[in-house]
Design a protein around this ligand. Structure first.
Ligand SMILES: O=C(O)CCC(=O)C(=O)O
Ligand SMILES: [Fe+2]
Length: 293
C-alpha cells in the first residue's frame, strides 16, 4: 500500500455505515440527509452487501460499502426492500445483459487486435461453450468523507477479471490509475455517458502480458457521495487460461502457468496484489527471485 493511505491514523473516523434500512430501493440515494446506502454488514459469502471483499488485506477500514451481485439480485434485494425490489432487480438484470454483450464485443476486438482469430480463443464464446463466463456486478458507494486525505475509498488493486466495465457517477471524481506500481496516480474522471474499461489480471494472463492489468484505486470526496458500478467479465469456471501459442515465441516466453479463474481467485485471496507473481512459470519465478537477491 502506498501514499496517504499508509500514513493515515487509525482513529478519528467513524466508519460511514450509519444509515437505517430503507423500504424503497434507491430511496436513500435520493435522500440528502442520509450519508450511505442501507446495506452495510449483510454480506454472506461472496454476494450481498457490506464492506469490500479484499478489506482483510488492509489494516484500515475503507470508506466504502458495496453490493455484490452474481446472477439474480432477488434474494438480497428482497431482504433490503421487502415491499419494492422488483424494479431494482429488473434494472440490474437488464444492465447485466447489456454489459455482457458489450464485454464480448470488446474482448473480440481486443483479441483481434493481437492477430487472434475466434478459433484461438474458443473458451471466450459462450455460444459455442457449454459453460457460461463468470460475471459479477459490483455496486460501489463512497459516502462523503470529512477528511479525504486520511481515508481510503478502495485500496490500490487490480481486477481479477478479463475486463471490467465501470460506470462512475458524474457528480464526483474518485477513480485513479497508476502505470508505475503505485508511485504516481492519474485521475480517470467520469465522462457522462461513457464507461471506463479496465484490463484485468485474466486478460494479462490470457495475452501473455500484452494487455497489462491496470492498477487502480478510488479516493473519497469531502462533500460528494460517489457511486460506481463495476461489471467484471471473467472466464467460464472450468477453463484453464493460458495464452494462445501464437502469442508465445523465443522473444515472448510463456509468462504464467495455466489457471482457471477459480484457481486464480484462490491465489488472489492469499497473495492479493502479488498473485500474478505466484502463478508465474517456474523458470521465470526463479529468475525473478535470483534478480532480487
Ligand atoms: O469506484 C471506482 O471507481 C472503482 C471501483 C473498482 O475499482 C472496483 O469495483 O473494482
Ligand atoms: Fe477495481
Amino acid at each position: 500500500m502506498n501514499g496517504e493511505c499508509s500514513r493515515s491514523p487509525t482513529t478519528g473516523f467513524r466508519p460511514p455505515f450509519s444509515a437505517r434500512p430503507s423500504s424503497r430501493p434507491g430511496g436513500c440515494l435520493r435522500c440528502r440527509r442520509r450519508r450511505s446506502w442501507p446495506w452495510s454488514g449483510r454480506r454472506t459469502g461472496s454476494t450481498g452487501t457490506g464492506s469490500h471483499g479484499f478489506r482483510g488485506f488492509f489494516a484500515k477500514q475503507m470508506w466504502y460499502e458495496g453490493f455484490t451481485i452474481m446472477g439474480s439480485p432477488v434474494r438480497h434485494a428482497s431482504h433490503l426492500w421487502p415491499n419494492d425490489y422488483a424494479n431494482f432487480c429488473n434494472v440490474m438484470e437488464e444492465y447485466q445483459a447489456q454489459m455482457k454483450a458489450l464485454s464480448e464485443k470488446l474482448l473480440g476486438i481486443m483479441f483481434k487486435s493481437l492477430g487472434l482469430a475466434q478459433d484461438d480463443i474458443k473458451w471466450l464464446h459462450s455460444k459455442t461453450n457449454h459453460h457460461p463466463p463468470q460475471v459479477v456486478l459490483q455496486l460501489n458507494s463512497y459516502p462523503a468523507c470529512p477528511d479525504p486525505a486520511h481515508a481510503m475509498g478502495l485500496a490500490p488493486h487490480t481486477d481479477s477479471s478479463l475486463i471490467t466495465l465501470l460506470h462512475q457517477s458524474s457528480n464526483a471524481t474518485g477513480l485513479q490509475i497508476s502505470g508505475d506500481g503505485g508511485n504516481l496516480w492519474i485521475p480517470v474522471n467520469p465522462i457522462p455517458g461513457a464507461l471506463t474499461v479496465n484490463v484485468g489480471d485474466l486478460m494479462h494472463i490470457a495475452t501473455n502480458g500484452q494487455f497489462k492489468t491496470a492498477l487502480h484505486r478510488a479516493v473519497v470526496n469531502r462533500t460528494r457521495h460517489r457511486v460506481s458500478m463495476a461489471y467484471f467479465y471473467g472466464t467460464p469456471q472450468e477453463v484453464k487460461i493460458s495464452p494462445p501459442m501464437k502469442l508465445v515465441d523465443v522473444d515472448h516466453p510463456l509468462l504464467y502457468q495455466p489457471v482457471t479463474w477459480k484457481e486464480y481467485l484462490d491465489a488472489k485471496g492469499k497473495y492479493f496484489n502479488r498473485a500474478l507473481e505466484f502463478i508465474k512459470c517456474e523458470a521465470l519465478f526463479i529468475a525473478d527471485r535470483c534478480r532480487q537477491l
